[in-house]
Design a protein around this ligand. Sequence first.
Ligand code: MG
Length: 367
Amino acid sequence: MKIAEIDTHLVKLPYTTGGTGNIGRMDWTTLDYVLIRIETEGGLVGWGDAFAYGGAALSVKAAVDHMLAPKLIGQDASAIGQLSYMLQQGHHLLGRYGITMFAISGIDIALWDLAGKAAGVPVSTLLGGARRGEIPAYASLFNYSDPDDVAEHCARALGEGFGSIKLHETGEAQVRAARMAMGDGVPLMVDTNCPWTPWQAREAALSFKQYDLHWLEEPIFPPEDFESLNRLAIEVDIPLAAGENACTAFEFQQMMNADAVTYYQPSVTKVGGITEFNKIIAMAQLQGATVMPHAPYFGPGLLATLHILATMPDECLAETFYYKTLEASLYGDAIVAKNGNIAVPTGSGLGLDPDPDVIKDYGDKDA
Ligand SMILES: [Mg+2]
């Protein structure tokens, strides 16, 4: 099963959030994907996507096109672990975090899609077998700033069947509004995207304490300050979550050795794909840690995450962006949460291929 061809497509799907559109100091108006299409000499096609947004998307696409693809043509597509090692070792001097690993992640996901299609089974079967066919999803709300808007979106998400909600807010007024709207006992998470020093994080976390958070996500900058995360969790006694900004199983090993958080959040389009993700799940099992995938995606990276989640315990949730409008979807409504659950695709490989018309209509013609 030799690799014959690798193409990339930069796709931007316009969407609205109903809020400020600002998460992590980025203004989001489109969902950006670097889709990677790998075709074998036998004509089998696999799809992956590499984490990308804004101007960085062009860099990620260039990394796949010029740095990785030339080394993969003619290689055996089924040797996924070997190819992951070869790409990581061969490019380590270009960064073990960031664009290099994002590009490698997208390639890896496409290779797993190919492996499933070649075997005629879903990726979840290759990962050891699915224990559930649909995954409970939490509504990952955007930043609204106005507490009334926060409350309104929380109430709406609960009304649509979501069993838990995550905010992207940093203020106590917004967290209070969410808890008041949701009532007691409904899991509420708060994602802050690395805004604070350890001391500031402690002050903020203590102000959130009364709202019974299921987890507080990425309260400290820089995200790799694992020791401060560990200290914060002990000081404030609130479960912490982090990991979307960590790449490779090695970095997660460092996080786990520091006992940094309660919930470890590898992101399949960043961490090194399914291959690295798998190692993290194994490490977490050995250490008694919980993996809670980061996946506010709508492309192959989401499908890969669903297949991974299908093999994981019930408390492991899918993340779905709670957008207001999305102009087009790569998979129609197959990945939309229904009554708070997302179905795991049952076809071979990742189970779904992206809509070629959407790629054509929303692909960046200049890229
Ligand atoms: Mg986050």
